[in-house]
Design a protein around this ligand. Structure first.
Ligand code: HEM
Length: 466
């Protein structure tokens, strides 16, 4: 329910009190009251100082007033020509809920912020000063609309200002595109009949000039969807130079049969031996002597013989801004379908040497397939959501398994003899190679890897995201 403007103005002016708002006044959004404000998740703590009678939260008018200001603020940011395109793929209601919690908690109110920290939230966006300023101006506009006094306005802005370094990227991390390269885009945009595509191309030029390569490519992809790929094809390379080859086959629809498991694939599970061989192996995969934090794979090649495994058709989905499975092992020659079951766009890509690709933008049950013709470990990312990652292990080993979350694994059926062993974990970097001799009956092993791999994947241009 929306609060009446007059009532909110009164609340914001402090004419109300810290008493709970009457039921007919603004609903307190979905913010969850917590027993005591506990700053965390980079939420700024209320300004320290002498004890005051009322917190900023109370002086602003409490949750009903904050809810109304955030509502107005989000409406402004999502219609502000300078930054609205930043929010094209964002659920505005969820953003309002999280921002309300955030501001409530930052001003000393009784809410618990349930979103991500500011660095993770804005990672990979390559945000610049001008955008931060635009957002602050929208907030000031929202506060002014409700006639928030200068003192409270200043305190709120003072609490949010220090977050800037976590949101705005350092200038030396940007990769500006030269004006000469962008001139043909501006010329093409000027001649377009489609106003939406024209605006998107113009914004893409601004972003590219600033050095926001991923954002510029995202805007270009939307211009492509608005005007048709052929219309803007002549300038595609301006935005896609340095990104992996784009898969342009038409997307297909895939029925949603429910969430995928966190891991998938293993020679025993996928193709069990009809008559078990005489040896078996139980083991644990560790990182620096401890149970691993991430997931991995163990692969075995017998020195002689060994089965050739049959290629599979598998799914790696995008759901709730996560990939699932997070780690999957499949034999060489397998085909993976990448359905997006979220109502927002994702952009799956790989920069891996064995298979680099860019699947473009699609959503809501659409999918594209990729055939994996070489062995290797493929790191998957989403160019729109830096926190999304997954690993596809394409194996030519006859025996392979994904250890459980504690690093424990087992091979049930192995012919006695010498084997090459390769083990990898997402926190370990390249696979390590060793040897093992399997005897008749049960065998045991421990594989200890070195940790230290970077967890946040680079963007699709290979640039570090921060
Ligand atoms: C002090 C300044 C800022 C604060 C306090 C802030 C706060 C937040 C919060 C609380 C969220 C939700 C977190 C979550 O999804 O878990 C969020 C998301 C977001 N913010 Fe900011 N933000 C700030 C600056 C900016 C700026 C300058 C922009 C761009 C102009 C921006 C763009 C976004 C976008 C696009 C999302 C949605 C991300 C998604 O859909 O995954 N933010 N922000």
């Amino acid at each position: 329910m929306r609060t009446s403007g007059v009532l909110v103005s009164l609340l914001l002016l402090g004419c109300g009190s810290s008493k709970p708002a009457p039921k007919t006044v603004a609903t307190p959004g979905d913010a969850t009251p917590a027993p005591a404000p506990a700053p965390g998740n980079n939420v700024p703590a209320p300004a320290p100082g002498k004890p005051v009678a009322k917190s900023l939260y109370d002086r602003l008018g409490g949750l009903p007033a904050i809810t109304a200001v955030v509502d107005e603020f989000v409406t402004r940011t999502t219609t502000d020509a300078r930054i609205k395109d930043r929010f094209f793929n964002t659920d505005a209601d969820n953003l309002k809920k999280l921002l309300t919690e955030f501001v409530c908690m930052a001003t000393g109110g009784p809410c618990k912020y349930s979103g991500r920290d500011m660095t993770s939230t804005h990672a990979g966006m390559d945000m610049v000063d001008d955008e931060f300023t635009a957002l602050v101006e929208d907030l000031v506009g929202a506060l002014d609309k409700f006639k928030v006094p200068d003192k409270e306005k200043g305190e709120l802005l003072g609490a949010l200002g220090p977050l800037k370094p976590q949101i705005v990227v350092a200038a030396d991390k940007l990769h500006p595109v030269a004006d000469a390269k962008l001139a043909p885009v501006t010329k093409l945009a000027a001649g377009l009949k489609d106003k939406a595509a024209q605006d998107l191309l113009t914004m893409a030029v601004t972003a590219a000039k600033r050095g926001q390569l991923s954002y510029a490519e995202q805007l270009f992809s939307r211009a492509e969807m608005a005007a048709g790929a052929k219309t803007v094809a002549s300038v595609a390379s301006v935005f896609r130079a340095g990104a992996p080859t784009r898969v342009t086959t038409a997307t297909k629809k895939l029925e949603d049969k429910g969430p995928q498991a966190k891991t998938a694939g293993g020679s025993d599970a996928d193709e069990p031996d009809k008559k078990p061989a005489k040896g078996s192996l139980n083991g644990s995969l560790m990182i620096n002597g401890k149970a691993p934090e991430g997931l991995g794979v163990v692969m075995l090649w017998p020195k002689a013989g060994g089965k050739k495994r049959t290629p599979k058709q598998r799914i790696i989905e995008q759901r709730g801004k996560e990939f699932a499975p997070h780690v999957m092992a499949v034999p060489v020659g397998s085909t993976i379908s990448f359905p997006n079951f979220d109502p927002i766009y994702h952009n799956v890509f790989s920069l891996s040497k064995s298979k680099a690709f860019d699947l473009g933008l699609y959503k809501s049950g659409e999918t594209r397939d990729v055939k994996l013709d070489k062995p290797g470990i493929i790191r998957l990312g989403c160019n729109l959501h830096a926190s999304m990652s997954a690993y596809l292990v394409v194996v030519d080993a006859p025996n392979y398994v994904i250890p459980d979350a504690d690093g424990k694994f087992s091979f049930k059926s192995l012919a006695p003899g010498k084997y090459k062993v390769q083990a990898w974990n997402e926190r370990s970097g390249d696979p390590t190679t060793s040897e093992i001799e399997i005897k008749e009956g049960a065998n045991e092993t421990k594989l200890d890897l070195k940790g230290g791999a970077v967890t946040l994947s680079p963007d699709k241009f290979g640039n570090a995201r921060q």
